[in-house]
Design a protein around this ligand. Structure first.
Ligand SMILES: NC(=O)c1ccc[n+]([C@@H]2O[C@H](COP(=O)([O-])OP(=O)(O)OC[C@H]3O[C@@H](n4cnc5c(N)ncnc54)[C@H](OP(=O)(O)O)[C@@H]3O)[C@@H](O)[C@H]2O)c1
Length: 330
């Protein structure tokens, strides 16, 4: 089969479309015929040498995929069912979704609700799963209808979907972006307001900022996450999933002990089967109210992945890049 293969040879990166064979890695791995994969920021990080996320010197890239089970001995994920595949070491330590077929353990599969096509599932991808997991985490902490929720990195995969899912569920997302030209696009996604990245900062001379947000979804980290913690309302929470700006977090204890705020970690990689089904179920329930096509920056073939990685690295995308894995010219 054709696949997008990433190799590190003598410290040099070789990433190209080539011929390879899908092989199971664990007893019980399920074989999925892939319709679509998508480009996530982690995929771009895998395709570097050295890479701080890639765990093997050679693999098929792609941290997520959607398609149909083709061969399985699992009693739940039987042949013919439609699934989303993501997490574990898919695309970072074992062959991933940039190929026509992928093997994955059943625990990394999720059954697609009937309201979601495999195209929709790829638009959602790891980014949308993370966005919905973040929304559910805030709801678990009592988010109320109409609540004003800050979303950072709003034009990205996680951010743009978080904005829409919040809006469709009756909350008031405020989109923070470093891409002012995308304001209209974010308002169309459901943002009630668009603010610049630096507008999150407030009263730097004080330990705590004004109480501004009933909740927040952050995939940026670093100073941004610090500022969010300083400006959450009493009892509010931030769901933190990413580190596009920085993995460092320097803060004080005050937001936690004087405003009872919460920092809730979101992880899509090792999420349990129960969590996966809960999140996909929630996505399926919203599906009739979401036009997934509007999240799509473009649909590419395997041979266009290197350009897509560059665009992700430079934030030159709006929403999601889908990969039609059966479009192979390389
Ligand atoms: N925890 C998990 O399981 C999980 C799952 C998925 C993703 N993630 C992480 O979440 C993050 C976002 O993923 P993604 O797929 O949404 O990435 P993405 O599509 O590249 O979007 C990231 C967005 O962040 C903003 N941004 C970029 N560089 C920035 C900087 N230096 N400072 C502030 N903002 C910046 C940009 O939006 P604006 O131009 O609109 O500001 C960009 O579009 C990544 O760190 C990823 O690894 C984690």
């Amino acid at each position: 089969m054709k696949a997008f293969v990433v190799r590190e040879i003598d410290g040099q990166l070789v990433a190209e479309v080539g011929d390879t064979v899908a092989v199971p890695q664990e007893e019980g791995d399920v074989l999925v015929r892939v319709d679509y994969s998508s480009v996530n920021s982690k995929d771009a990080m895998v395709a570097t040498a050295p890479s701080r996320v890639r765990r093997v010197s050679s693999l098929v890239g792609g941290v997520d995929a959607s398609g149909t089970v083709e061969a399985s001995r699992d009693e739940f994920f039987t042949e013919g069912v439609r699934v989303a595949v993501h997490g574990g070491s898919l695309g970072v330590g074992r062959d991933g979704g940039f190929a026509s077929h992928v093997y994955a353990p059943a625990r990394h599969l999720s059954l697609l609700p009937s309201s979601l096509s495999t195209y929709d599932a790829a638009v959602i991808g790891t980014a949308g799963f993370t966005a919905m997991a973040s929304v559910l985490a805030l709801e678990d902490r009592g988010l109320e209808v109409g609540a004003q929720v800050l979303v950072t990195g709003a034009t990205g995969g996680v951010g743009s979907q978080a904005v829409t899912y919040l809006a469709r569920k009756g909350y008031a997302p405020v989109a923070s972006t470093g891409s002012p030209a995308s304001s209209d696009w974010l308002l169309e996604r459901g943002a009630t307001r668009v603010i610049a990245r630096d507008e999150i900062s407030d009263r730097p001379e004080r330990v705590l900022a004004s109480e501004r947000w009933d909740g927040a979804i952050d995939c940026v980290g670093g100073e941004t996450l610090k500022e969010i913690l300083r400006s959450l309302r009493y009892g509010a929470a931030v769901a933190a999933s990413g580190l596009v700006a920085s993995a460092e977090l320097s803060t004080t204890i005050y937001p936690f002990i004087t405003r009872a705020v919460a920092l809730v970690g979101i992880d899509a990689v090792e999420a349990s089967s129960v969590t996966r089904q809960r999140v996909w179920q929630a996505l399926g329930e919203l599906a009739p109210h979401v036009n997934f096509t509007t999240f799509v920056d473009r649909v590419i073939g395997l041979d266009e992945l290197l350009q897509a990685f560059d665009d992700i690295r430079t934030s030159a995308t709006q929403g999601r890049i889908l990969v039609n894995v059966n479009d192979v010219t390389g």
